[in-house]
Design a protein around this ligand. Structure first.
Ligand code: MRU
Length: 351
């Protein structure tokens, strides 16, 4: 992204700056977060969203929460830090990057517990910036590995937004598309609109147009028809949490998309950094699925579309079983036909 989705402004006394994604594509406006309530709400309300960006926001949010801690005592400082991280943990349940980043900040604090609190704060500030930098590098590497899987002249379908807006800069699924384009391949994209919150229509099509991509927007219920017409060569999506066996949670509708792709013999790729894997859970059935408010389903663009009193079910994610995934593209390499052994081998180097 020419304009960063998330960054830190103004040195260690500064604040977190994000693009408020709820206002796109109509308005490109920034939100400045200088207290953890604002950080928490920004994550909860999808002002900052997408698994890697949520992780970065959580790390910076931790620093926002502890930078003013007025103590020289590690125990008191740790108590404050745990209050902050436990609070941020309650913002969204599915993207494991949130929990990964918070744990990393906690481990950093423990590792430097012998240092004076002021030094410790500086180290936590550096750790948050490091998480952002690493994510930028991972995105680039995901793009490079993924681009090798795309033939010249391909048409790629994508879902939700797994682009620069969802990460520290370049994206995961969209990084693959950007890298393929940069390597001279002539790529076209179908972006699915992604109800209820329209991340595909509002964010992906906006972002791809900014990058000069040939993008066509479709409603989610057009997927099977577009595929049977032979318009799609491959699908690439992101992920919010990948279990040890390669099952991947992503935006609601991804599971259906994978089933339809398989029916039509279309390769289905998941692109995600290593920080999106959760090796503590054996399979996708253990992934907590966020349920969101009814009004996201009963309204569209602020306009009510359903009668008062109707019951609503609004799960925000579903799980793509590993057997429907052609390959998972990570910054460490590609896991073809993923299973527990292959995931373990790439991530831990054993098995
Ligand atoms: O609810 P959202 O918009 O945070 O959901 C985002 C997704 O499902 C993305 O595909 C996923 O987080 C990967 S982002 C690189």
């Amino acid at each position: 992204m020419a304009i960063p989705t998330i960054e830190w402004e103004g040195g260690k006394d500064g604040r977190m700056k994000i693009i408020d994604q709820t206002l796109l594509p109509g308005e490109l406006k920034f939100l400045y977060c200088d207290d953890i309530q604002t950080v928490w709400r920004a994550i909860k309300e999808l002002k900052v969203r997408g698994a890697p960006a949520i992780g970065i926001a959580a790390a910076m949010g931790t620093y926002v929460g502890i930078k003013g801690a007025n103590t020289n005592n590690f125990e008191a400082f740790w108590k404050k830090l745990k209050e902050v991280t436990d609070y941020l943990r309650t913002s969204r349940p599915t993207a494991v990057n949130l929990f990964w980043a918070l744990e990393r900040m906690e481990h950093a604090a423990q590792a430097y517990s012998h240092e004076p609190v002021n030094t410790l704060k500086e180290m936590l500030f550096e750790e948050a910036l490091e998480i952002l930098e690493e994510d930028r590098d991972s995105s680039k590497a995901i793009g490079r590995f993924g681009a090798e899987l795309i033939r010249k002249g391909s048409t790629v379908m994508t879902y939700c937004n797994a682009g620069g807006l969802a990460t520290g800069g370049y994206g995961t699924a969209l990084a693959v598309i950007y890298a393929a384009k940069e390597s001279g391949k002539d790529i076209k994209v179908y972006a699915c609109e992604t109800r209820p919150l329209l991340q595909g229509a509002r964010l992906t099509s906006w972002e791809l147009l900014q990058h000069g991509l040939d993008v066509t927007l479709i409603c989610d219920n057009m997927v099977a028809h577009v595929m049977v017409e032979g318009r799609v060569d491959l699908v690439v999506v992101g992920a919010d949490r990948i279990a040890a066996n390669g099952d991947a949670a992503n935006k609601i509708g991804s599971y259906g998309l994978a089933i339809v792709a398989q029916e039509h013999g279309i390769p289905f790729y998941v692109a995600a950094p290593v920080s999106t894997f959760d090796l503590r859970i054996p399979s996708g059935s253990h992934i907590p699925i966020e349920e969101r408010s009814a009004h996201e389903v009963t309204t569209l663009g602020g306009q009510r579309t359903a009668p008062e009193g109707v019951k609503v079910y609004n799960p925000a994610f579903d799980v793509i079983p590993a057997r429907l995934i052609t390959a998972i593209i990570t910054e460490k390499g590609v896991i073809k036909e993923p299973d527990a052994k292959k995931v373990q081998r790439l991530l831990v180097g054993a098995g």
